[in-house]
Design a binder for this molecule. Structure first.
Ligand SMILES: Cc1cc2nc3c(=O)[nH]c(=O)nc-3n(C[C@H](O)[C@H](O)[C@H](O)COP(=O)(O)OP(=O)(O)OC[C@H]3O[C@@H](n4cnc5c(N)ncnc54)[C@H](O)[C@@H]3O)c2cc1C
Ligand code: FES
Length: 282
């Protein structure tokens, strides 16, 4: 498969720092060689070390934070690509392609509260999402802190990556772990149901979720059953990231707004989809 062609979105960045995060993650801070405008949360970049130690095909990562002239990524070490990036030293060069994809819609304050559901490293697109929701986007009313519920779930406490940074944000943060090592025991949907049962979170909410595909299937099912507005940020396998290789098809709902075509490309038409556009669960 050919590497993506060099274009205006392809540039080099210098590694500023690599900091361990949680049980198996790192925070990778990069300084792009040219200025980037403000990036929308849940847009992503393809990253690859420039010294040949990464696989030829760069890997996609959501932007985690942006400040001054640097951008930061939160990586869970999975295989060769993430191992190589996690082993970078300051000063090394990283091929950086982006920003790509669409990003979250405006998480505005004009409507029911937002419940953000993150599973494991699916937390990455939410730090800036919360900041941007509070600042207001696209000319829409900013969300107020009490309209933002952030529910962070993981297998165990070590995979609640950078939880302290989220707890510093003015949103209401709750956690769930499958082994019960932090917060409620169980998954984020069980946590949401419990918080709704106890009246902490209202029944009428809007959902934004990112995490493993099985979690997103369950969130879609939850939203469908209750008729809730729901946005899903997918972490599909990708090849080029720019729409040329067809490695990232996502099935559409035949009767949904994108149903005239059987698949959409996650990289260019996503990674964020409205739940009624795509068919994750049978
Ligand atoms: C839009 C987008 C945003 C993403 N954002 C982040 C992020 O912020 N932080 C982060 O850590 N990861 C993120 N990912 C996932 C990340 O791209 C993969 O973990 C990475 O490509 C793995 O590369 P690797 O070479 O280390 O592993 P590989 O050697 O390619 O794979 C190792 C193992 O992980 C599995 N795997 C690889 N990619 C995925 C995936 N996407 N979903 C499920 N299983 C997978 C493989 O099947 C294999 O079993 C994102 C993916 C997408 C599409
Ligand atoms: S990753 Fe190549 S078309 Fe989407």
């Amino acid at each position: 498969m050919p590497a993506p062609p060099p274009d205006a979105r392809s540039f080099l960045s210098e590694v500023v720092s690599v900091t361990p995060c949680g049980a198996d993650g790192v925070l990778l801070a990069l300084r792009p060689e040219r200025a980037l405008g403000a990036v929308r949360a849940s847009r992503f970049f393809m990253l690859r070390r420039e010294d040949g130690l990464s696989p030829a095909i760069p890997r996609p990562f959501s932007i985690y934070r942006q400040s001054g002239d640097s951008i930061e990524f939160l990586l869970k070490v999975m295989g060769r690509g993430t191992r190589a990036l996690a082993a970078c030293s300051p000063g090394q060069k990283v091929r950086t392609i982006g920003p790509l994809g669409n990003g979250w819609p405006a998480l505005d304050g004009d409507g029911p509260p937002w419940v953000m559901l993150a599973g494991g490293v699916g937390v990455a697109p939410f730090h800036m999402a919360i900041e941007q929701a509070l600042a207001g986007m696209d000319g829409r009313a900013p969300a107020r802190p009490e309209q933002l519920f952030f529910l962070f779930g993981a297998a165990n406490a070590g995979m609640l990556y950078d939880l302290a940074a989220f707890e510093r944000l003015p949103a209401r943060v709750f956690t769930a772990t499958v082994d019960g090592s932090h917060g409620a025991r169980g998954n984020v949907l069980e946590l949401l149901s419990d918080l709704q049962r106890r009246g902490v979170i209202p029944q009428r909410v809007r959902l934004a979720a990112c995490g493993p595909e099985r979690m997103l299937e369950a969130v879609q099912h939850f939203a469908d059953e209750r008729g809730l507005e729901c946005w899903l940020s997918l972490e599909s396998l990708m090849g080029c990231g720019v729409g040329i290789c067809n490695a990232c098809p996502v099935p559409t709902k035949p009767d949904g707004p994108r149903g005239s075509w059987p698949n959409v490309k996650c990289c260019v038409e996503g990674p964020v989809f409205k739940s009624d556009e795509i068919a994750l669960h049978a």
